[in-house]
Design a binder for this molecule. Structure first.
Ligand code: FES
Length: 81
């Protein structure tokens, strides 16, 4: 969804800037251009910056064929790669 109409910047681009370290409306503006024209999107940018960061679950690395995870075939049977 476009948050900044003037600069055609999406919420996704703003979240990417935030995740890369842009912690203020000014920093988001420097990174994306959002909010650097009329300023009517500042409130929406601020709401995105205030969203809690989501931490993705860590996935354990598996190595070697002895630990590989069986895959399901289309028929539902398990097979080890
Ligand atoms: S809508 Fe973002 S600066 Fe105008």
């Amino acid at each position: 969804m476009i948050v900044c109409v003037c600069r055609a910047v999406s919420d996704r681009a703003i979240r990417c800037a935030r995740d890369a370290g842009a912690a203020s409306i000014e920093a988001v503006g420097a990174a994306t251009g959002a909010g650097t024209c009329c300023g009517s999107c500042h409130e929406a940018i601020g709401r995105i910056l205030a969203e809690p960061l989501v931490e993705l679950p860590r996935v354990a690395r598996r190595s070697g064929p002895a630990e590989s995870v069986p895959l399901r075939t289309a028929a539902g049977k398990r097979e080890t790669p």
